[in-house]
Ligand binder design. Structure first.
Ligand code: GAR
Length: 196
């Protein structure tokens, strides 16, 4: 059974989708939900699931990313995860942290990578006049929103969409895609999944 730690910064809807998927014959179980924001809404949801939680506020560390990560790492190492899932985790990780988990750290990003790494993905897709948008699960490497693609799901961009409209449509697909990829990845299969 693989042990999965999930890092969040916000509402944690992807975390909930992942946690809820890891039951029955699933080859993994959630062992930790950790956040860089003690006020993250997702922490209350994790508490309801009875999963071990940790909150390490990044703010007192200022620009000291390594210091923040060292504190976060204590909680992660205590949980002994095989796989780390970033689920709306909005801190850029240092190369040292990434290399520690390279090959066993996943991220979900709300665009069809390699399009639109970084922020404001939905507005950028609308501004570009794209007919399609979507989400990507990929392995995390030292380059932001890069790394081998493990799955993608697509949605149409509709006339008159606001960034929020599109984000909501994409999020529904994130909740399908991330659990599907994690299940496959946990069983040792890195073949990408492309959902319609
Ligand atoms: C999701 O849309 C996720 O793809 C995005 O943040 C949202 C988190 O929602 N992640 C990024 O933008 C990472 N760069 P959630 O907290 O409800 O899962």
């Amino acid at each position: 059974m693989k042990r999965v730690a999930i890092l969040i910064s916000g509402g944690g809807s992807n975390m909930v989708a992942l946690v809820n998927s890891m039951t029955g014959d699933h080859p993994a179980r959630a062992v930790l939900v950790a956040s860089n924001d003690p006020g993250a809404g997702g922490l209350a949801k994790a508490a309801a699931s009875g999963i071990t939680m940790a909150a390490v506020d990044h703010r007192p560390f200022g620009r000291d990313r390594a210091g923040f990560e060292a504190e976060l790492l204590k909680h992660i190492e205590a949980a002994e995860p095989d796989i780390l899932c970033l689920a709306g985790f909005m801190r850029v990780l240092t190369p040292a942290f990434v290399s520690r988990f390279e090959g066993r750290m996943l991220n979900i990003h709300p665009s069809l990578l390699p399009k639109y790494p970084g922020l404001h993905t939905h507005q950028r897709a609308i501004d570009a006049g794209d007919a399609e948008a979507g989400c990507t699960v990929h392995e995390v490497t030292a380059v932001l929103d890069d790394g081998p693609i493990l799955g993608q799901a697509r949605v149409p961009v509709l006339a008159g969409d606001s960034a929020d409209d599109l984000a909501a449509r994409v999020l529904v697909q994130e909740h399908r895609l991330y659990p599907a990829v994690l299940r496959r990845y946990s069983s040792g299969d890195r073949t990408p999944i492309f959902l319609p």
